[in-house]
Every structure is written in structure tokens, then in C-alpha cells.
Design a binder for this molecule. Structure first.
Ligand SMILES: [Zn+2]
Length: 97
């Protein structure tokens, strides 16, 4: 477990935030350890940006990608494999048949 004094933990957190904030565009590693057990198993875990080496949890990554896409870009630039090439509609019976 993490037994660092609070001051050192806060310094580490601030250093990570500084890395994330200084990055021009994150690119997260798609080989997420543990992802094979499902996204639910990833709750609370962090993944690392290949560019800035900042670590972010999946809620941050999700919001970052959605903002990137809202700006008209492709979320796969941030996390390859994020968006499947073909999305099948599931809500309206008959669309897939
Ligand atoms: Zn980054």
C-alpha cells in the first residue's frame, strides 16, 4: 500500500496533474492491463498517456474523449479502439435484421 506522508502524496498528485495539463493531446495506451476482465473491473484504476506519462482514471479518459469528439475529432486518436468502426443500432427492432 501507499504509505507515503501526506505531503509527498500531495506533491505526487500535483506532479501528475501538471503532466496532464501540459500535454497538447493525450494518447492513451490501448493495451490496458486488466481490461480483459471487463470495464467494470477497471473501476478506480488509472492508465497512462504515452505522451506526457500522466495517469488518468477511466472517467477522466471518457470525458476527455467525449470532449474531443464534440470538437469534431475521432476518439480513436486518443484511445485506439475506443469507437468501433460500425455501431449496430439496438433500440429499434428490425434495424439489424
Ligand atoms: Zn498526455
Amino acid at each position: 500500500m501507499n504509505e507515503l506522508p501526506n505531503s509527498e502524496r500531495l506533491a505526487a498528485i500535483q506532479a501528475n496533474v501538471d503532466k496532464l495539463n501540459s500535454c497538447p493531446r493525450h494518447e492513451f495506451n490501448p493495451a490496458i492491463p486488466g481490461i480483459e476482465q471487463g470495464v467494470g473491473a477497471m473501476f478506480g484504476q488509472k492508465i497512462e498517456c504515452k505522451r506526457c506519462n500522466g495517469k488518468a482514471d477511466l472517467l477522466y479518459v471518457n470525458a476527455y474523449i467525449r470532449g474531443y469528439e464534440a470538437a469534431g475529432k475521432d476518439g480513436n486518436d486518443i484511445l485506439p479502439g475506443w469507437k468501433p468502426k460500425e455501431l449496430k443500432r439496438r433500440f429499434f427492432k428490425g434495424d439489424d435484421e
